[in-house]
Design a protein around this ligand. Structure first.
Ligand code: ZN
Length: 284
């Protein structure tokens, strides 16, 4: 089902938008409390009671549509960041960018790297439950983590089916909403269109839970980006999701609510499933 953002967002506030996500998290299906690496478990040999006809090559099922798919999740930034953040690395667009940058921070002191890490952990659990192999760029906040170019290169090397970098923006104080960066088309390589399709699938899934596309960046929640290394160096479908504007006091405050993080992760998961199972209807 296609959702037209403009039909859903007649000047509703960010509060209403994120409250809708909270409602989804509270009333929708829940993420299992413990993840048991279901992708691996589903193909484990020697379990005749559960899978008497198990195939050596697991195939997707209705319950686990992402079996056989690899998703690389990058919780943006890291912390605390040291001197290494100042080194310059290739951006894939013919220039260089800083290895790493400081993340945004809300008025209440919630740091972007914490928000993206916590959301990525929820998302990883959900994707594993759906059968995907999930690789993450960092699993804690103990250090700055890898440079931005190394993160996308790891996804390239893994042959990931999708690379999703999670961020929250430091935008204008009175603006709000999410937007998704995807690589500016340069070479005509099919992966460029796949990245745009991935962005579209995630955008539609976020709009479907009434999250509001950005009021200050991109167009209807989508933005072609020709500067980020994570996108310029991508050889797999790649997007950077700016989930919210931490510069907005109201939106920023809501991000501290665990239910809000769950709402974001559920919508991101839905968009990723749509893209990876070909259920999306990309129009370019
Ligand atoms: Zn960021």
């Amino acid at each position: 089902m296609r959702v037209t953002p403009s039909s859903l967002v007649p000047r509703r506030s960010a509060v209403v938008a994120i409250a809708a996500a909270v409602g989804l998290a509270l009333t929708g299906c829940t993420i299992p409390a413990s993840s048991d690496s279901s992708a691996a478990a589903s193909s484990a040999p020697g379990d005749p009671a559960d899978s008497p006809t198990a195939s050596p090559t697991p195939t997707p099922t209705a319950e686990q549509p992402l079996i056989g798919k690899t998703v690389y999740l990058d919780p943006g930034h890291g912390g605390p960041i040291g001197d290494e953040m100042w080194q310059m690395v290739p951006d894939g667009h013919g220039g260089t960018v800083q290895c790493q940058t400081e993340g945004a921070i809300t008025n209440a002191g919630l740091r972007e790297e914490s928000f993206t890490l916590q959301t990525s952990q929820l998302l990883a659990a959900d994707l594993k439950r759906l059968g995907a192999e999930v690789i993450v760029s960092r699993g804690d906040d103990s250090g700055g983590g890898a440079c931005v170019d190394q993160r996308i290169e790891a996804a390239n090397q893994a042959g990931a089916d999708a690379f999703i970098s999670l961020h929250a923006d430091a935008g204008p104080e009175f603006s709000y909403g999410f937007y998704i960066d995807y690589p500016t088309a340069v070479t005509g390589d099919p992966v460029e269109q796949q990245s745009a399709d991935l962005a579209l699938s995630i955008r539609d899934a976020m709009v479907a839970v009434e999250l509001i596309p950005s009021t200050y960046a991109g167009e209807e929640g989508l933005q072609a980006n020709g500067t980020m290394a994570e996108l310029g160096l991508a050889r797999v479908p790649a997007v950077v999701v700016q989930m919210a504007n931490m510069g907005n006091g109201i939106e920023g405050a809501l991000l501290a609510d665990p239910s809000v993080r769950k709402g974001y992760s559920k919508s991101l998961s839905a968009g990723i499933v749509d893209f990876l199972t070909g259920l999306a209807a990309p129009t370019g």
